[in-house]
Design a protein around this ligand. Structure first.
Ligand code: HSE
Length: 439
């Protein structure tokens, strides 16, 4: 295998790729290599070629011509081919072929470029250590926020900063669902079905709507930002499936939008990582984010706040990110997977998010004298102060929808209050509580 660092630029032969996976992303990579060969060669200082490809079905109709490439049924065999320099793993899945092919590539001394957040969230630490021990790289720009170059921003552009906080909307499908619910006034189940028919949902939709996919991404960003081992299991995860059209409407009425928001920060108590639905001001950059778009907000001590917005999925954006990593490898640039040698990443102490925040509380109250006073008394007892409150008109005259925005309170105080509220005997159903992030 050619080693660009030893050969020097003028003697470099082509960088030869083996592409495992020919879905949307794999096809996008092939398309860029076929249509931009000259531009890639100029920028990389050498041609970038495809030796072989692999996918589950050889006969499936694909919108690119693959006839010039060797075919491998087994991605592990593809990874081991002596005429492949870099494995481009775009199959997906935290285990199975994606893992075995990546392991085989590393064992054979090859670099790996992957779009697979699940794989790295679960096995990234070990795989990065193994690759780096062999002087090879695993790169994953495409795994987080699609076309947004957030990995490069953290590992290169902001390398001199203490990162204070990483935040963002990192799953386009859930943002599509939430904005479509608001714009069309449709219930969750109906928009979920629409998203399925449009092909927006992952094969296991829970990865999207349960916040898991976004949680994978947040855990990878946190590792780079804070120099810690990837700790996906420590992410406090909550999906969007309990968000109702009522919440979306009432939040809008109070000047907020609901987003599946990820926040990671290092505190004196340890590493906080949470991915959960939050209310954000409707006129903030995050509040304005529509459809399948992603937004990542990075805060560094020297640089201040950086906001990056762009397509979080799709053929072109994801292939663009894959190719950025491939071009780096062609140039001989082998950055550590997590911005510093994987062996130097430290085990984080996971910390629950305890910082006070305002909360949105929606409940249905018995419409009778003293009902509201009982709720206010419980909140007051727990030290929770009401900032704003609205009671809405209702057809069923016995039950009144009530919305409360609290002043900042701790999640612990709120949890106590929520536990005590049913005993007041004035609530119908469960109250809904959603954190407000004034970003
Ligand atoms: N399902 C993901 C999303 C695709 O909706 O953002 C990219 O990970």
């Amino acid at each position: 295998m050619s080693d660009p660092q030893k050969l020097g630029p003028q003697k470099l032969g082509p960088l030869r790729l083996g592409i495992a996976g020919l879905g949307t992303v794999g096809v996008g990579v092939v398309r860029i290599i076929q249509t931009q060969a000259d531009l890639l060669a100029r920028r990389a200082g050498r041609p970038i070629t495809i030796t072989a490809v692999s996918a589950r079905s050889k006969t499936r109709n694909r919108p690119v011509d693959l006839s010039a490439y060797a075919w491998e049924d087994d991605p592990v065999a593809l990874a081991r081919r002596p005429d492949v320099d870099v494995l481009v793993e775009v199959m997906g899945g935290s285990d199975g072929p994606a893992l075995t092919a990546t392991e085989a590539a590393i064992a054979a001394g090859k670099d790996v470029v992957t779009a697979n957040k699940a794989l790295l969230a679960h096995h990234g630490q070990r795989l990065a250590e193994e690759a780096e021990a062999k002087g090879r790289a695993i790169r994953f720009e495409a795994a987080v926020a699609g076309g947004i170059p957030v990995i490069k921003a953290l590992t290169e552009g902001l390398a001199a900063n203490q990162i204070r906080r990483v935040m963002g909307v990192m799953n386009g499908t859930t943002n599509y669902i939430l904005t479509r619910m608001e714009n069309a006034g449709l219930p969750y189940d109906q928009v979920f079905e629409e998203a399925r028919q449009l092909g927006y949902l992952e094969a296991d939709p829970q990865l999207d709507v349960g916040g898991i996919d976004a949680g994978h991404k947040l855990s990878l960003l946190a590792a780079i930002a804070f120099g810690t081992k990837v700790a996906f299991d420590a992410v406090e995860l909550e999906g969007i499936d309990r968000i109702s059209i009522d919440d979306i409407r009432l939040a809008a009425d109070m000047g907020f939008r609901i987003k599946l928001l990820g926040v990671a920060q290092m505190t004196g108590r340890g590493l906080e990582q949470r991915m959960s639905p939050c209310l954000v001001p409707a006129d903030s950059p995050l509040g304005q984010l529509q459809g399948g778009t992603n937004m990542v907000v990075l805060e560094g001590d020297a640089v201040g706040q950086i906001v990056m917005r762009g397509a979080g999925a799709g053929e072109g954006p994801t292939a663009s990110a894959v190719m950025a990593d491939v071009i780096d490898l062609a140039r001989g640039t082998r950055l550590s997977t997590f911005g510093q040698p994987a062996a130097t990443l430290v085990e984080p102490t996971p910390a629950r998010a305890t910082a006070p925040a305002p909360f949105y509380l929606r409940m249905a109250l018995a419409d009778k004298p003293g009902a509201l006073a009982k709720v206010a008394a419980v909140l007051g007892d727990e030290g929770i102060s009401i900032d704003r409150m609205r009671q809405y008109a209702h057809e069923d005259r016995s039950v009144a929808p009530v919305l409360i925005v609290t002043h900042k309170c701790t999640p612990e105080a709120l949890a106590h209050a929520l536990k005590r509220l049913p005993a007041t005997g004035v609530l119908t159903g469960e109250p809904v509580a959603i954190r407000i992030e004034n970003v």
